[in-house]
Ligand binder design. Structure first.
Ligand SMILES: C[S@@+](CC[C@H](N)C(=O)[O-])C[C@H]1O[C@@H](n2cnc3c(N)ncnc32)[C@H](O)[C@@H]1O
Length: 303
């Protein structure tokens, strides 16, 4: 290391101490990982993570960066380590990034849509408190990952989904399919699988849009409705440009006038009827929130 490098390191170490509570500034020391033109994430993370900064947490980021180069990437993991000094930081990438492991940073190689792989990691590390997803650009992978990992978050855990723009980008056609074999980067971007149709039901944004109705499942006038795991365990969903932040908890606040998805007996009595049908209300056949999402996995109820 020459003198200039040594001085640069000293300056950076100094800045790291000064910037330690400010994610926007801290990001600047790590190639602006969470603060660039279409990645204005640091400001939102700051708001959600500041109260947790000094806690002893388990934090997982999927997608370490650098794609096919095993030695490249890791900036966001290092930034989280700086910001959360008492936490353990875990990273997952489909490419072997083990050489980027260091103090408080543990790395696993595998795909974010591989249920066995993800469950094995959590069995080894214990449940996570924060999960940040910045890996595959394929919508189907993102939906699967959420369904596998959200139930494996601790109570009051936070699940952050970055780069939701992939919802709006369709896969490229046959003509480009051979590019997929060339690199992880190209494979991700050829097979995004989003849609220009804003009503498409399979994208990662469609999943979150449906889950927002689940927040209010106790208000549905649908006698016999059986809430899903996600209905019962999502307490907040925050939407930002390219970023969705979901909170886990007990979604059991209850409703003013609805009980068991029908009007409370006292309300029916006031109205002089014994059922919703007598009022002419029948819940339509709809794509119920979180039902379609749930079809992708099984046994979540038992987690
Ligand atoms: C955008 S980069 C991550 C950048 C990093 N999080 C940061 O903030 O600096 C995406 C990474 O996801 C990885 N990736 C792609 N497909 C994946 C998959 N199916 N499972 C896990 N990682 C994947 C890529 O190898 C790449 O390194």
């Amino acid at each position: 290391m020459n003198l200039v490098q040594l001085l640069n390191n000293l300056v950076n170490n100094f800045k790291e101490v000064i910037y330690r509570k400010d994610l926007i500034k801290l990001s600047s020391l790590y190639n602006d990982v969470k603060w660039s033109d279409n990645h204005r994430f640091a400001q939102h993370y700051q708001k959600h993570f500041a109260p947790l900064r000094l806690k002893k947490l388990k934090i997982l980021e999927i997608g370490i960066g650098g794609y096919d180069d095993p030695k490249a990437g890791g900036d966001s993991l290092r930034m989280w380590r700086s910001y959360f000094p008492n936490s353990m930081i875990y990273g997952i990438d489909i490419v072997d990034k083990k050489s980027l492991e260091s103090n408080s940073i543990q790395i696993f190689q595998g795909s974010q849509e591989d249920k066995n792989f993800l469950e094995k990691i959590i069995a080894e590390t214990g449940k996570m408190d924060i999960i940040i997803v910045d890996g595959s650009s394929v919508n189907e992978h993102r939906v699967k990952t959420f369904n596998i990992l959200f139930p494996l978050l601790n109570d009051a855990g936070i699940y952050a989904e970055e780069n939701t723009h992939i919802s709006y980008w369709p896969s490229l056609g046959e003509k480009w399919s051979s590019l997929s074999e060339k690199s992880v980067f190209l494979s991700n971007h050829v097979n995004v699988g989003g849609s220009i149709d804003l009503n498409a039901s399979h994208t990662i944004m469609a999943m979150y849009k449906r889950l927002t109705d689940g927040l209010n499942y106790q208000e549905f006038l649908n006698p016999g409705y059986s809430p899903s795991y996600l209905d019962k365990h999502i307490v907040a969903i925050h939407f930002y440009h390219n970023l969705v932040i979901t909170y886990k908890g007990n979604n059991n606040e209850g409703s003013n006038i609805i009980e068991n998805n029908t009007l409370q007996p006292s309300v029916l009595e006031i109205l002089g009827v014994s059922s919703l049908e007598e009022l002419g209300i029948k819940f339509p056949e709809v794509d119920l929130p979180s039902r379609q999402v749930m079809d992708l996995t099984t046994n979540i109820e038992n987690k």
